[in-house]
Design a protein around this ligand. Structure first.
Ligand SMILES: [Zn+2]
Length: 438
């Protein structure tokens, strides 16, 4: 595989023509194969054969996670069951997972998209990948696995957990690249430190991190702790899994969207109206070429913006800003919209704190209260009270609401064992004014 595919560097005008051509092939196919879409588009009075420009797409209704739940497990599939080569699922916080499927062609696309993102991150054929993403229904493990094999890497399929064994395997097999969730990367940093292995003695050069939001402060900690250059990989199982976008190691400033296959829009979270380049809103994606589960205007819930300006790496693919939050995770604290990731971002500005945190929601005397639990860094000489008031002030100034801050001892908060970490602990019982938005 060449460092670039031609579509990664094509003129944006040419890219838009390719997107329109693919969109016009997609819509009639989806209409004919998926009754839910057919019914909905008829109801909206849109004849998809008449879609003549990318902007016309805004006339179609959004597809939401609830649509996948309502048609569980296979209701939005567009191919007969015998053509489905693989099933994946995303963990639902409650009850059943969201089921997604791939034809052979889709798996091929999945591998190509991930391979592309690995190249962006610095990986090359012949390098060795330590894959610490979970294998199974989750798309991360098998997704990175397939992409790395496509690229011509050597894959070590470790999966998550068993930290001591991870460290031993990295020491013995000497991989060049690791893919892992950012919180588990921090756990590995600590494990190496405890073993007395210096970052420069670790063979890893690049880390490809995703499956949860992370911050620049975490990036610095992981870069330093593992001796790597860490980049982001973004995706969601409904769209394909990891490989929807990825950061280039040259700029490390936003994730290049694979727009030749995933048509992205940014829309207003309240009204759904389209927003322009640079404006922050909800990312909505149409899968242009997927066969088994094509999604049209899928509401990802992720808040971001798109940058179409040229990048140092030479790619013309637009870059997604770091996810500012998820509409699903949004809390309303005393009338102010708050995303937990906003708090995470501020941690890097307070000397002496680690990037680990948790929001605890409690029922107060008159209104609900939020306590931010953070950890002091090992060996810091700052007083906990200083750090607590510093962070509380930043939260008040930046987010616009008051939270109490508790600075705990180093290592006091739960760490990742390979999966996702719980960032919001709700101890309020019955829903109140502070309830999560549905
Ligand atoms: Zn770039």
């Amino acid at each position: 595989m060449e460092p670039f595919e031609t579509t990664e560097t094509m003129e944006r005008e040419e890219l838009r023509e390719l997107q329109l051509e693919r969109l016009r092939a997609l819509l009639p196919r989806v209409r004919d194969a998926v009754p839910t879409y057919r019914g909905r588009w008829e109801e909206a009075g849109v004849d998809v054969d008449a879609i003549a420009a990318l902007d016309d797409l805004a006339r179609l209704p959004f597809t939401r996670k609830a649509d996948l739940r309502d048609t569980y497990p296979f209701g939005l599939f567009a191919v007969p069951p015998e053509q489905v080569a693989r099933i994946h699922g995303s963990s639902g916080t409650t009850g059943k997972p969201t089921i997604v499927g791939y034809t052979g062609e889709d798996l091929d696309l999945f591998a190509t998209m991930v391979a592309r993102c690995l190249v962006m991150a610095g990986a090359r054929p012949g390098m060795k990948l330590h894959n610490a993403y979970g294998y199974g229904l989750f798309t991360g493990g098998l997704g990175l696995h397939g992409g790395a094999e496509r690229l011509g890497m050597t894959v070590v399929p470790v999966s998550g957990g068993m930290t001591e064994r991870q460290v031993t395997l990295i020491e013995d097999l000497r991989p060049d690249v690791i893919c892992v969730t950012p919180t588990y990367a921090l756990t590995l940093c600590q494990a190496f430190r405890e073993r007395g292995v210096a970052p420069e003695e670790i063979s890893l050069r690049y880390a490809v991190l995703g499956a949860e939001p992370w911050t620049e402060a975490m990036r610095e900690e992981i870069d330093a702790g593992l001796g790597v250059r860490a980049t982001n990989i973004y995706g969601l199982s409904e769209i394909i899994g990891p490989g929807v976008s990825g950061e280039c190691v040259e700029a490390r400033h936003g994730s290049h969207l694979n727009e030749d296959h995933f048509l992205a829009e940014i829309v207003d979270p309240e009204t759904g109206a389209p927003l322009g380049p640079g404006e922050e809103g909800v990312l909505v994606i149409t899968t242009l070429t997927k066969q088994a589960l094509p999604l049209v205007r899928y509401w990802t819930g992720d808040i971001t913006s798109l940058d179409e300006t040229p990048c140092a790496c030479g790619r013309t693919l637009a870059r997604m800003a770091t996810i500012a939050g998820r509409t699903d995770d949004m809390l309303i604290v005393r009338g102010v919209n708050v995303y937990p990731t906003q708090v995470a971002t501020l941690l890097g500005e307070v000397a002496g704190l680690t990037s680990n945190y948790r929001l605890v929601l409690r029922r107060g005397a008159t209104m609900d209260e939020v306590e931010v639990e953070v950890e002091a860094r090992e060996g810091t000489d700052r007083h906990t009270q200083d750090m607590a008031s510093h962070l509380a002030r930043l939260i008040k100034e930046t987010i616009g609401c008051s939270m109490t801050v508790a600075v705990l001892d180093p290592g006091a908060l739960p760490r990742s064992d390979g999966g996702k970490v719980v960032r919001v602990l709700d101890q309020r019982g019955e829903p109140t004014a502070l309830a999560d938005q549905a």
